[in-house]
Design a protein around this ligand. Structure first.
Ligand code: ATP
Ligand code: MG
Length: 1161
């Protein structure tokens, strides 16, 4: 059973002179390939005449005309185009009586490659393309072309020509085809340029070949060449595809995006040419300079070739790559995040769109939202309400003895009107507040219960609330800011810190507490964001991890990325996967910075360089950057069919299925085609695939949404008739689909874009999957209005006159559709007459007039709502772009400049401390301070100068502290690390001093306590047993506290999980249970030690310490059973400073025993 009965809707039948087939084709010439109305009439007249003259037709007129018109349309032929050896235009050709219809159709389908002169002429008409350059290119390409024809390079003049000759031959040997003139010209433009150069070469015209030839040329000249693609899929594809070519030229090539170990990377960077992504190049630079791993060896930034350069410089110029640094101490923040998550999940979005807070009793509500907070205040009000008969007698007395649950029970009997009265009473007590009570009707709308006139509110603080049954209510929030404020305040109230916080004035670098306070708001906002994000849209779950998807630009699943500021953790809590620790970002590199490192040697290619503003922006950003648009090697035949916007999702799906159905099925004038459906998100791709499967029979459906499953499934073999590929943007940019001849004969691959792409370039890239290499192809946008982003909708709506015009157009359209059938009938009649009557002027005129009338219906429809949507989108793109240079880039630059200063400082510290055993502790501590400083102190709105001064102050103080052997931040980890290092060297009293300093910062840190006890016991100074005992008892309590926090996190998150709860144990539960288990074992270990110390204390004896690795905290069996979870927890403890555990044996001391005895007496 079809979901949509598409067969039933397809009622078209061929009928003599009915014009059902040919009229849409005539209209399409105007609509889709922009013919002039007059020309359409002339062509039609010529066709009618030809039909009459020609005796060979086996087809009816309508089908015959439709077939020819369809060929005209798919080959995008207009009147200026000269066809055949006689160079006639299409009308002249149709009038030609001595060519038969087959020859006519073949001539229409022919595509000639442009020659060098045509290409150079086109180039010389472009602004900014240097005449001398064109002359030089003419010389090189014509010489090399001739040399290639004769197969000898004797007549070539210089080194450059010889190189081009060799490169072309190498391409021919490897692929069996030789580079086209446009590819040779493009190569010359790049090779002759001394500075950065960006080339636009149409989609599908072989940019990979241009890139490889240019890279090889530079490499042969002794330069190291980096090639950057927009996704790892494309980088790996091209490195692989072109490896033989490079090998033939004696060049080594590799790709850096698929390497996971350092040794492989080092080998990779030794190659002449390295393919990769901005992520991998920037990441490796950071590995080299920040982590000092030396992966790049001595490779310099000689030259970069950027494929899909617009995507990487414009759409992703601000994208920043960083290496995450391990800071296990951040795991403690997960308790706070879980509290936020728990609270946020109790909020609800009502049907009317308003957000409502957690369910609570009225009493709680009043306490939380007004100054009435003490119990006595509340009781006073309740008593008053009771006296006034609002609440039943004895109510307030009962509430004193009852718990919250019972109070709610009591309140159940209190009706709506009583509650209204109650709040009126409250208002008299708190004159600064007024309460607006609402109830929700079944249809989701809200009705106000207590106040109809807004003026009553005056300048009081209005608090809206939703009345529920049983004495319960929810706080209502009319805007996001009040909602965020409310959650932030609630969390803030419950925060407690174990350590005394150093006030910001005391120190430049502060620790946890300041971090929490400064980030709380962002975390709250991100928690709400996480509730709104959808699995399969912005992210997927892969191997029990939340992985972001770059759905707007490339559709790539970004396995190495994590969201920042808690968003990642909230999504993990939402799906109860393992929760990662937040990272403090200590190193980063933006795409803009990466490209500038190549100092004027940035070469780029793309199919879509962008509009004038976009190009100008790039030129401002990168000095001396020239650009040029290469003409296509053949005439481009790709055209866009008139798109549609459907209001409702069901209609939208139906329209998509109908479009697919129409294209894959043949008609009497064309064969079956293939379709590529590009969808916004993975979820949409899946639902579209499902709909097509249910409603379009006999198609070969393929889903392409995941880059990590390999693209070969869709790109490996040519696309056949009735193939339907449903994909995300992953099949957009760069994807090279081969299309079989049969499909090209029928009009080529049809690309259906099912959403409004981010910008025109992304849109054109998607459309560029068809109409490649001179083949025909068409594309269409079918969008759903409800999917538009808020800003686009707002933009479309703000233009009221546009809206009015739209409404008018719609009305007009409907009336025109009625007239359409009448107009068509008139045309059929006039046509019959013209065909019958011969060449009467009058009958021809009638026919032309009827056609004119029919076609004029289209004029009014030219501006559609698709244009509005695109205009709204483009104006947003423009606004964004204008902020790019003036706001975004400078802000980013400030941060990056400081990072480079930091790197310099790091170098100095490495140099100074290169012989110190504490080097790694010093470096880690610096990273920690720098990361925290950025997170809490960096203000991107401050001037560069002020920031620099602040940075230098802060880092100066860090340095000073470190030089004195003191921790530069209030985080305790450095002291513990120092203490550990000293203890291992046998310097026990110094190590005790370090642990004590850690405890000054946080007196509850169980690792500092545990380790100090160990040092003290190893030192064995007088009275050590009681000192160690004290520390260990305190450590035990602190471990217990940590356990209770962990349990709280577990409960907070599990409660918010799926309803009913998931049957299987989730990754999150496993992780936290492992953590609890490890803490429990530590607690047991401490208890045992405490017992031994007590015995020793009582006997006046001592203890003997046996140390072992912290991994032995658990027995081998449990580790093996839950290897990953336990190992992670143990590694975490280890990096927090608990590197070893110990067990104790009591020792007997006669003197101690005796002195104890005496003291006892
Ligand atoms: N000179 C040539 N002769 C024949 N085929 C060619 C030639 N150059 C490239 N091709 C083929 O054209 C197809 C498209 O090439 P390629 O993917 O490099 O195009 P592109 O310009 O990078 O496209 P896109 O803009 O989509 O990235 C490939 O299948 C390639 O093998
Ligand atoms: Mg490409």
């Amino acid at each position: 059973m079809s979901q949509f009965d598409l067969e039933a809707e397809n009622t078209m039948t061929a009928n003599d002179y009915k014009m059902d087939l040919s009229v849409p084709r005539l209209q399409s010439l105007i609509q889709n390939i922009h013919w002039d109305k007059e020309d359409v009439k002339n062509l039609f007249e010529a066709l009618v005449k030809r039909f009459k003259w020609s005796k060979q037709q086996t087809l009816d007129f309508d089908t015959w005309v439709a077939e020819i018109l369809y060929t005209v349309e798919t080959h995008k032929i207009d009147l200026n185009l000269k066809l055949g050896s006689k160079r006639c235009n299409i009308i002249e050709l149709v009038n030609e009586t001595n060519i038969d219809d087959n020859t006519l159709l073949n001539l229409l389908g022919e595509g000639r490659e442009k020659d060098l002169e045509e290409i150079l002429k086109d180039l010389s008409q472009q602004d900014g393309v240097d005449r001398c350059l064109i002359e030089k290119v003419r010389e090189i390409v014509s010489a090399v072309s001739s040399a290639l024809t004769v197969g000898q390079k004797k007549c070539l003049k210089d080194d450059m020509e010889e190189h081009l000759f060799d490169l072309c031959n190498a391409v021919k040997d490897c692929f069996g085809w030789k580079p086209r003139i446009t590819q040779m010209v493009s190569w010359c433009f790049l090779a002759l340029s001394k500075y950065s150069y960006l080339l636009q070469v149409c989609t599908g015209e072989g940019k990979s070949c241009i890139v490889a030839m240019f890279a090889a040329y530079r490499a042969l000249k002794g330069k190291k060449v980096d090639i950057i693609s927009s996704s790892p899929v494309l980088a790996e594809r091209d490195a692989e595809d072109w490896s033989h070519f490079y090998k033939q030229l004696g060049l080594k090539v590799d790709c850096n995006s698929n390497k996971s170990n350092e040794e492989d990377l080092k080998q990779c960077y030794k190659c002449h040419i390295v393919y990769g992504t901005t992520h991998s190049f920037a990441g490796d630079w950071l590995r080299h300079h920040f982590l000092r791993k030396n992966v790049r060896g001595d490779r310099e930034f000689h030259c970069v070739i950027v494929d899909e350069v617009d995507s990487l410089m414009l759409d992703k110029g601000l994208e920043v790559v960083y290496l995450s640094s391990k800071m296990p101490v951040m795991q403690y923040l997960n308790v706070i995040l879980s509290r936020i998550w728990f609270l946020v999940c109790q909020h609800k979005t009502l049907d009317c769109g308003k957000r409502a807070g957690p369910i609570q009793s009225f009493i709680q509500f009043i306490q939380e939202n007004t100054d009435i907070c003490s119990e006595t205040d509340v009781l006073d009000i309740l008593r008053l309400a009771e006296d006034k008969g609002i609440f039943p007698k004895g109510f307030s007395e009962d509430t004193k003895h009852l718990n919250a649950q019972n109070i709610i029970k009591k309140l159940e009997c209190v009706g709506k009107t009583h509650i209204v009265d109650f709040f009126r009473l409250i208002e008299t007590k708190v004159p600064d507040y007024c309460f607006s009570l609402f109830s929700e009707k079944e249809d989701g709308t809200l009705t106000k219960l207590n106040r109809t006139n807004n003026e009553e509110v005056g300048d009081r603080h209005e608090i809206p609330l939703l009345f529920l049954k049983g004495g319960l209510c929810r706080h209502l929030f009319s805007d996001k800011q009040t909602l965020f404020n409310s959650v932030e305040q609630k969390i803030r109230k419950d925060l407690q810190f174990t350590s005394p916080e150093i006030t910001p004035e005391d120190s430049h670098i502060t620790g946890f507490q300041h971090l929490v306070y400064s980030k709380l708001r962002v975390w709250v906002e991100n928690a709400f964001k996480a509730t709104e994000m959808a699995l399969g849209d912005e992210y997927i779950i892969q191997a029990d991890t939340v992985v972001p998807v770059d759905y707007q630009c490339t559709g790539v699943i970004q396995s190495n990325m994590k969201w920042s500021d808690g968003l990642q953790q909230f999504l993990e809590m939402k799906h109860q996967t393992k929760v990662s620790n937040m990272t403090v970002i200590t190193n980063f590199m933006s795409n803009v910075r990466l490209f500038t490192m190549y100092g004027g040697q940035v070469f780029g290619v793309t199919g879509t360089l962008g509009n004038k503003e976009e190009i100008e922006m790039l030129q401002k950003l990168y000095n001396d950057m020239h650009t040029c648009a290469m003409p296509s090697f053949k005439r481009r035949k790709l055209f866009e069919e008139e798109g549609t916007i459907l209001d409702e999702e069901g209609e939208w799906l139906k329209a998509i299925c109908r479009a697919v159905y129409e294209k894959v099925n043949s008609t009497c004038y064309r064969g079956e085609r293939a379709v590529l459906v590009i969808c916004e998100t993975i979820n949409r791709a899946m639902s579209i695939e499902k709909s097509i499967k249910e409603s379009v029979q006999g198609v070969n459906l393929k889903l392409y949404t995941k880059n990590n499953s390999g693209p070969s499934e869709v790109t490996g073999k040519p696309v056949q008739a009735r193939d339907v590929i449903v994909a995300t943007n992953l099949a957009g940019r760069g994807t090279d689909l081969q299309v079989c001849g049969k499909v090209n004969m029928a009009g080529g691959l049809f690309v259906l874009q099912t959403f409004l792409p981010l910008n025109t370039r992304v849109e054109q890239q998607a459309f560029g999957r068809t109409g490649r290499q001179g083949n025909p192809g068409s594309a269409q946008l079918i969008m759903c209005a409800s999917h538009f982003s808020m800003p686009v909708m707002v933009k479309m709506l703000t233009n009221v006159s546009l809206l009015q015009m739209l409404a008018l157009l719609r009305r007009l359209y409907i009336s025109l559709l009625d007239r359409d059938t009448e107009a068509q009938r008139q045309l059929t009649e006039a046509l019959k007459l013209a065909l019958k009557d011969g060449f009467h002027n009058q009958s021809w005129q009638e026919m032309r007039a009827a056609l004119d009338h029919l076609l004029s219906c289209l004029d009014t429809l030219r501006k559609t709502n698709i244009t509005d949507a695109k205009e709204a989108r483009d104006s947003l793109v423009g606004e964004r772009l204008s902020l790019y240079l003036t706001r975004d880039i400078p802000k980013m630059k400030k941060r990056e400049d400081l990072f480079f200063d930091y790197l310099q400082l790091l170098d100095e510290m490495h140099e100074k401390n290169k012989n110190s055993k504490m080097l790694s502790e010093i470096v880690e501590s610096m990273h920690e301070c720098w990361g925290l400083w950025l997170l809490t102190r960096f203000d991107e709105n401050e001037s560069k100068e002020i920031l620099k001064v602040r940075f230098e102050d802060a880092m100066g103080s860090v340095r000073e502290h470190l030089e004195k052997g003191r921790s530069p931040s209030s985080a305790v980890s450095l002291y513990i690390r120092y203490g550990n290092a000293l203890r291992l060297q046998g310097c026990f009293s110094e190590s005790v001093e370090m642990y004590s300093m850690a405890l000054e910062a946080d007196d509850q840190d169980f690792i500092a306590l545990y380790n100090r006890a160990l040092s003290v016991m190893q030192q064995q100074e007088r009275g050590y047993v009681s000192v160690a005992l004290r520390d260990l008892e305190k450590a035990g309590k602190s471990v217990e506290h940590t356990m209770s926090l962990t349990e709280e996190t577990l409960t907070n998150v599990v409660i918010t999980g799926t309803n009913p709860p998931a049957r299987h144990i989730t990754g999150f539960t496993k992780q936290l249970r492992a953590r609890l288990q490890v803490l429990k074992r530590l607690k047991l270990n401490i208890n045992e030690a405490v017992n031994k110390l007590k015995i020793a204390h009582n006997n006046g004896g001592g203890v003997k310490v046996t140390e072992c690795h912290v991994f032995l905290l658990l027995d081998i069996q449990s580790i093996l059973l839950h290897l990953n979870d336990f190992a992670n927890e143990l590694v975490n403890l280890q990096s927090l400073g608990l590197t070893q555990i110990f067990s104790l044996d009591t020792t007997f001391s006669l003197t101690g025993y005796i002195s104890k005895l005496f003291r006892g007496i």
